[in-house]
Design a protein. Structure first.
Length: 288
């Protein structure tokens, strides 16, 4: 059985260079060029995670390269969202959880006792499945985190709002109604506003948990175009059930099943010549 239908540009003859070569924690060989060596931004090291007595992640070992898009795919309940919610310690809002192993960002453990959780979440922003703008103006949504931190300088706030909305490809659509209620925006605009709100904190990493699942095809296309632009400045990890979307937007893909990392490599390789039968079965629709 052939792979899922991909856009023509993704149907290529895979080579050995399409896979990620996991070396000692210092470098990752990129999927498309033997000369390009990428630094890992996130290193998930022998990571196990438990909700009470139930284990959700099993010995995950994964290096995510800097300023690339990494897609995490797999069937429902396989641990995708659990994993990315641990990268910025969001799961710590849940009772009776525990972990073993470690997650490092640029060589520093996110569990370092000297690191404040609030600082981690500034460095590692998150966009959720359902857009969640505050019932405030568009402007106040974007600058909210600065206000909370005590920043009231109008020049700083104005510059942040414009910078963030431009980065989220929303400025031209809303610049004349910044002081209108954000809840009046369309679904796609609200999701881009949430991205702008995250960007206002100048994070290093953007985590996206099914950011397009509630959007129509046109709004989805705009978010995907935005992801291409954002990866110039941010390391992006996106969870998606949409395999065509993973093929379109990501540089690398990780396939999870029942809390275990089954296969990880260059997206072209994963979608055209996976090395694991479990991955091939999922990609071709035999399973999942």
């Amino acid at each position: 059985m052939s792979s899922i239908d991909l856009k023509e540009e993704f149907i290529v003859k895979p080579t050995e260079r399409d896979s990620i070569s996991m070396r000692n924690m210092g470098e990752i060989v990129a999927g498309g060029s033997p000369e390009e060596v990428l630094s890992p931004c996130i290193h998930i090291n022998k990571y196990n995670f438990f909700y009470g007595s139930q284990q959700a992640l099993f010995n995950v070992d994964l290096e995510i390269p800097e300023k690339k898009v990494t897609a995490i795919i797999g069937p429902s309940g396989c641990g995708k969202s659990t994993l990315i919610r641990n990268i910025n310690r969001m799961n710590e809002l849940i009772d009776f959880i525990r972990h073993t192993g470690d997650i490092l960002v640029k060589g520093q453990s996110i569990y370092d006792p000297e690191l404040e959780v609030t600082e981690i979440r500034k460095r590692i922003g998150m966009v959720f499945q359902k857009s969640n703008p505050f019932p405030k103006t568009i402007y106040e949504n974007v600058v909210y985190s600065l206000r909370v931190a005590g920043q009231n300088d109008k020049t700083v706030l104005d510059e942040t709002a414009e910078r963030s909305l431009k980065a989220a490809a929303l400025w031209e659509e809303v610049k004349d109604r910044l002081h209108k209620n954000a809840l009046d925006l369309s679904g796609g605009q609200m999701q881009r506003l949430c991205i702008a709100r995250v960007i206002a904190n100048r994070p290093e990493i953007l985590l996206m948990d099914e950011p397009c699942s509630a959007l129509d095809p046109l709004a989805t296309a705009k978010i995907e175009e935005l992801i291409f632009e954002l990866k110039k400045d941010y390391t992006i990890v996106i969870v998606t059930h949409n395999m065509q979307q993973a093929a379109r937007v990501s540089d690398y893909t990780a396939y999870f099943y029942m809390g275990k990392l089954i296969e990880y490599g260059g997206t072209k390789m994963i979608f055209t010549n996976p090395t694991k039968k479990e991955t091939e079965d999922y990609i071709t629709g035999r399973f999942g």
